[in-house]
Design a binder for this molecule. Structure first.
Ligand SMILES: Cc1ncc(COP(=O)(O)O)c(C=O)c1O
Length: 383
């Protein structure tokens, strides 16, 4: 027998109560019974996104919602300004290019947050930029970009929409759509929403809807105007991911009970504890300047083959971490701490790291990582 622990930054563990709720007999989605749940979920999403705006629910993974967020808010001939500090920043640009748009790339090294001044300068110099696309957390680089600061800049341009990929940030960090000037905010179900993959939610501001009325890129399934119309009738334009929406009803109730400030504080403690644990083992963090609260990345010792390490931890110990992507393949480890994660999950992660590093011949004092993490995790119980 081997118990499995899902410790990668998506998909993340699903709470038992959510799985049970989704196991109820199938419900037809064009019924008053489903609409009642749908309306409650919509209100819960507005609480989570900290917004009065519409939050659309789409049957797709996060990337589908990203595509929709490009094509619904840009016009032919406009440019997309893309913050490219990792795999997912690059994805914004690739989507825009697939629709024939020119991209203004603002590159930052993986693990380094973007400098908002670079965005201010680019916007000032190029009036053909129609949207700014960024990640609140680029999961590939485990970095948090300065969303509020960039929001203050984009706010000054009435024709420029501010589109934020919050796929590994909503439900983790204090991202308030209305306060932070975010026009379009995207989240996916398999991250901090604690659900299986297949549902994405997109918040849309009034400024973005104004832009939508002029946006002329081709679209059919991801036509947000149709979704807005359906939302007014407490439904979706096409068949919704009904079981995931029912699961989300349960998740949002859990989040309301925990309250957002406590949820943010929990993620902050788990993130700090994970960082402290890894650093106590002598590992260098990937994003020391602005580490994400959702997951932590660290460089493995040079003597360790990262691909073999991830495989060993998963197949021999039952603990699934994520490795690196692109130029970081085989070099880093990424550990999740968003969603249905608490104190002792971090202890398991750091303990597994220690046992595996020992197996791979790395020299350190066993227990130092766990002990460093525990000192911070104690804060969970001192409130
Ligand atoms: C920040 C971020 N953006 C986008 C995506 C892509 O989402 P999906 O895999 O659900 O299409 C991911 C997935 O890991 C992500 O972490």
């Amino acid at each position: 027998m081997q118990k499995c622990y899902l410790m990668a930054p998506g998909p993340t563990p699903v709470p038992e109560s959510v799985s049970l709720r989704m196991a109820h007999p199938a419900m037809h989605h064009r019924t008053p019974q489903f609409s009642e749940i749908f309306a409650r979920v919509e209100a819960g999403l507005q609480y989570l996104f900290q917004t009065k705006n519409d939050v659309l629910m789409l049957a797709c993974s996060g990337s589908g919602a990203m595509e929709g967020s490009v094509i619904n808010f840009l016009c032919r001939g406009e440019k997309a300004l893309v913050v490219n500090g990792g795999k997912f920043g690059e994805r914004w640009g690739k989507i825009a290019q697939a629709y024939g748009l020119e991209v203004v790339w603002i590159n930052s090294d993986w693990g380094v947050p973007v400098n908002p001044d670079d965005i201010a300068v680019a916007l000032k110099n190029d009036p053909s930029i129609g949207g700014v696309f960024i990640q609140a957390c680029d999961t590939s680089a485990t970095v948090a970009h300065p969303i509020r600061e960039v929001g203050e800049i984009v706010r000054q341009y009435p024709n420029v929409v501010y589109v934020v990929d919050g796929i590994t940030a909503v439900g983790v960090a204090d991202l308030a759509m209305d306060r932070d000037g975010i026009d379009v905010l995207v989240v996916g179900s398999q991250k901090a929403l604690m659900l299986p993959p297949g549902l994405a939610c997109v918040g849309v501001s009034e400024k973005a809807w104004q832009k939508n009325s002029r946006a002329d890129l081709p679209r059919f399934y991801f036509d947000f105007k149709k979704e807005r119309k359906a939302l007014a009738d407490q439904t979706t334009a096409y068949t919704p991911a009904a079981s995931l929406i029912i699961g989300l009803d349960e998740v949002l109730e859990m989040i309301r009970q925990e309250t957002l400030p406590v949820l943010f504080a929990r993620h902050d403690i788990l993130a700090r504890a994970t960082r402290a644990g890894l650093e106590a083992l002598g590992l260098k963090l990937l994003a020391p300047q602005a580490p994400a609260l959702s997951c932590t990345g660290a460089f493995l010792p040079e003597s360790v083959d990262g691909k073999k390490f991830v495989k060993y931890v998963r197949d021999t110990m039952g603990v699934t971490f994520a490795g690196g992507q692109d130029h970081l393949t085989g070099k880093i480890i990424r550990i999740n701490h968003m969603g249905y994660v608490d104190t002792f999950d971090v202890v398991i992660s750091i303990s597994a790291m220690e046992m595996a590093l020992d197996h791979f011949g790395y020299s350190f004092r066993m227990g130092d990582g766990v002990s460093a993490a525990q000192k911070i995790l104690q804060e969970r119980y001192q409130r």
